[in-house]
Design a protein around this ligand. Structure first.
Ligand code: AMP
Length: 283
C-alpha cells in the first residue's frame, strides 16, 4: 500500500491511473478501523480497480465540547489492517494540509434541510464539517465510487444529496451496519464502554427492533411508540439525544402516508454517544 500525506503527490498518481481507464474507489474514515470500515473497503474492492482509503480525524466536524482530543488514533494498526485487505493507497493528511488557514476561515460546504434533523439538532455545525472535508477529499482524490456506512445513515443521505446537488461525477454506495455479536453497531467510540456498559448498550438495537415490530404489526401511533422507546432507553440507563420515526428520504417525522420509514436514535451510554438505525418499509 502506498501511503501519502501530500495531496499533490497522491492526486497526480490517481489522475494518471484514471487516464489509463482505471476506476478509483474511496473509503473516507477517521481511522481506528474495525470490521465496519473493512466491510466498506470490501464492497468497493468488487467495483473498482484502485482502492483508496483516507484517515483524517476532521476537527471541523467536532463541536467545541466534543471528543476530538480523545478520539482514538491507531495509525500503525490501521495500516496493517488495510495492507491485509490489499488496499492500494492511503491518504493521511495533517490538519495543516486540509485547513491551511484554519477551520473557521476556510470555505465550507453547507447541505440544507437534511442537516437540520436528527444529529443536526444537537450538533448544529457537525454536518458542515463533514460535507466540507468530504468535498476536499473528493477534489484531491477524484474518486469514481465512494462507499459510506449506514451506521451514519443521515451522513450517507446528506453526502448523497451533496453529490447530486453539486453534480459531482461520483457514484455513492451505502454499506450495511456491521455489529458486535450482541447487536451493538460497531464504532470507534465503543472502546470507551466498559463490559457492563457494552451489554446495556446492546439495548439500543433491541429498542429499535421492538419499535419496528410495533409498526409492522399495524400500530401507526408514532408519537406514542417513540415515547415508549425513549422511556425504555432511559430504563437501560441511556441518556437519549433523540429517538425518531421518520421518512427515509426527507428525515422529517413520518406520517401515515410514509411507507419508507427510518427509525433512528442517538443516545449516550456513559461517555460515548452511540448511533443506530433501521430502515423499514411498510405497506
Ligand atoms: P468514521 O471513521 O467513523 O468516520 O466512519 C467511516 C465510515 O465507516 C463511515 O461511512 C461510517 O458510516 C462507516 N462505519 C462506521 N461504523 C460502521 C459500522 N459499524 N458498519 C458499517 N459502516 C460503518
Amino acid at each position: 500500500m502506498k501511503i501519502f500525506r501530500d495531496p499533490q503527490q497522491i492526486q497526480s498518481e490517481l489522475i494518471a491511473l484514471k487516464k489509463q481507464g482505471q476506476r478509483i474507489g474511496l473509503i473516507p474514515t477517521m481511522g481506528n478501523l474495525h470490521k465496519g470500515h473493512i466491510s466498506l473497503f470490501k464492497i468497493a474492492r468488487k467495483q473498482c480497480d484502485v482502492l483508496v482509503g483516507s484517515i483524517f480525524v476532521n476537527p471541523m466536524q467536532f463541536g467545541a465540547n466534543e471528543d476530538l482530543n480523545q478520539y482514538p488514533r491507531t495509525l500503525n494498526d490501521d495500516i496493517k489492517k488495510l495492507e491485509s485487505i490489499n488496499v492500494d493507497y492511503l491518504f493521511t493528511p495533517t490538519n495543516e494540509i486540509i485547513y491551511p488557514i484554519g477551520t473557521v476561515t476556510n470555505t465550507s460546504v453547507e447541505v440544507n434541510r437534511l442537516t437540520k434533523r436528527l444529529c443536526g439538532e444537537s450538533r448544529p455545525e457537525h454536518f458542515r464539517g463533514v460535507a466540507t472535508v468530504v468535498n476536499i477529499l473528493f477534489n484531491i482524490l477524484r474518486p469514481d465510487l465512494v462507499v459510506f456506512g449506514k451506521k451514519d445513515y443521515q451522513q450517507y443521505l446528506i453526502l448523497s444529496a451533496m453529490v447530486k446537488d453539486l453534480f459531482l461525477p461520483i457514484e455513492i454506495i451505502a454499506g450495511e451496519i456491521i455489529r458486535e455479536d450482541n447487536g451493538l453497531a460497531m464504532s470507534s467510540r465503543n472502546k470507551f464502554l466498559s463490559e457492563e456498559q457494552k451489554d446495556k448498550a446492546s439495548n439500543l438495537r433491541q429498542v429499535i427492533l421492538n419499535c419496528a415490530q410495533q409498526i409492522k404489526s399495524g400500530d401507526r401511533d408514532y408519537l406514542k411508540i417513540k415515547q415508549q422507546a425513549i422511556d425504555n432507553l432511559k430504563k437501560f440507563e441511556f441518556k437519549v439525544d433523540y429517538f425518531e420515526i421518520c421518512s427515509q428520504h426527507s428525515l422529517e417525522d413520518a406520517d401515515q402516508s410514509d411507507s419508507d420509514i427510518l427509525i433512528a436514535s442517538a443516545a449516550w451510554m456513559g461517555q460515548p454517544r452511540l448511533l443506530d438505525n433501521l430502515e423499514l418499509t411498510i405497506e
